[in-house]
Structure formats: structure tokens, C-alpha cells
Design a protein around this ligand. Sequence first.
Ligand code: GDP
Length: 212
Amino acid sequence: MMTEEFSANELEEARKLFAGPCDFMLGVAGLGQLPSADMSEIAFAGRSNVGKSSLVNALTNRNTLAKTSHTPGRTQQLNFFNLGDRIYMVDMPGYGYAKVSKEKRDDWTQLIFDYLRGRPTLRCVFILIDSRHGFKDSDIELMKMLDETAVQYRIILTKTDKIKTQQLEKVTADIIKTLKTHAAGYPDVLATSAHKDQGLKEFRAVIASYAV
Ligand code: GDP
């Protein structure tokens, strides 16, 4: 799906990076607690249940690094991981859960907006989209925040093992069309499946391209 091609060498470097240490550092609920901005940083975002924890765990070949099935509504925080002292990976709290109160939603928006605006080392936000559903309003709201704060983002499709090639082509085309109207969005899509190990090598290489 992604037209960008990686050399065998780049794929191997990325494999090595992800096979090395990846440690949970801290959870941040307010911006005063952010670790010092001394390394490149990327972040994962997506609606609750999009498959974010599964994907982070599959990328790092660990079963329990990112916790699956979080209870919606519990304290929302940015979880920081240090990948080999080369890059911070930030697991952003899931959004779009229908039963969350307006107050909680507002807290999420404030935390994320402040983070996006105040983090010069943040190189890219990966917005995970369930390949069966495509964009939802809450995804578009996040993209608008990213456009406004001029933080680059890329769309990553999840659970592509659940759909047929033709559906994948359609959702990809729809997303690329929408991306054309967004300033900070990378104009292509990467298709992944955490369960079937699809697109993971390429996703690791994309992340490694931001590492120092
Ligand atoms: P999160 O809330 O975004 O962290 O989502 P989870 O990683 O907890 O996954 C939500 C649900 O989707 C779980 O039931 C997972 O087993 C399922 N899931 C996650 N990734 C995949 C995938 O690649 N393929 C399939 N078929 N299901 C997946």
C-alpha cells in the first residue's frame, strides 16, 4: 500500500532496533511530568479498540508492553516507551468511546492539544484506523488538531486480516482522498495486521526512519 520502499538494509536496521531494549518509562497525565525532550519521538493514536495495544506489542515482539483492553474512563495518560535510547514511542490514550462523559472527553482534548503544541521533538503521530470502518468523526477531529499544531501524521490501517483485498483498496482510496484536504497528513496509508504479521516490517522501518 505504501509506495515508499525500504531497502533490505533499512528493514534489517529496523528489525534490530525493535529486537533490542524497549522499556516503559512513565505515564504522563499532565504536561509538567513530560520527560525532557532530548530524543526524537513518535506517538500512536486511535479510537478505543482500534488494535493499538496489539500493534505496539506486535511491533516490539512483546505480549504485555502496551496493556490491552483498558477500562475506558480510567485515568488518561500518555505512556512513554524508550526504544533503545534512539526514540521515544508514546502510546496516547484511546478516544471515541461512546460512554465517556463530556468532561473526560474535554480532558483528553486538552491533554493532547497541549502535548502536540508543546513537544518540539514529536516527529510524527501514527493514527490507527480500523480497516473495516475507515475514518470516524473523532479521527477527523484529531487530524484537525494535528493540522493546526503542524505535527505530521500518518494513517495506519489495522486488522486488515479481517477484510478482503477489494475492501482494503476502497478504504485506502477513501482515506487518501480525505488526506488531500488535510495539511499535515502524509498522503499514503500503511496496511497492517498485528495478528497476521502484515505490514509490521514496513511499520518498523517507518518508525526507525525517525530514530536518531
Ligand atoms: P486498543 O483498545 O486499541 O488497544 O485495542 P486492542 O489491541 O486491545 O484490540 C482490540 C480488539 O481487536 C481485541 O479483541 C484484539 O484481539 C483485536 N485485534 C487487534 N489487532 C488485531 C488484528 O490485527 N487482527 C484481528 N483480527 N483482530 C485484532
